[in-house]
Design a protein. Sequence first.
Length: 139
Amino acid sequence: MAKRETPKTSTPRKKKVDVMKCLVIHMISEGPSVGWVHTHGMREFGHPELEIRCLPKFMMMYGGSLLNELGSFILNSGEVFKTGEVVQLGISKFRLSRGEPNPADPDEAAHYQEEVWRLIDVEDAPCAVCNPHPSPQLN
Ligand SMILES: [Zn+2]
């Protein structure tokens, strides 16, 4: 019987992190038509949690899948990302930005005690609800 031998120079393969077991995805309503999707579990591996704000509710399942996919890639690829960077994952293209709590909801502060990365549109079109920019004063 042939016996397969592992080369003596090989190193043990790092075990792949299964995000379906290690990450929890929360989907929270932010109003009648939009929601907040975010991860819990990335911090245990030394990475920022991930989130998408103001996502149309009919897209929340897709958003959760995207966060799982991105989380798996970050945890298993060894690639190093930073905020401001544009990331393409399959057909999804987004920019990583620093997540900030909604000042109108003090209960959210616990989610932001450590760094959170928010996935935003690559065109940087700010959401008028989550990321309002002050209008210029005309007088
Ligand atoms: Zn949560």
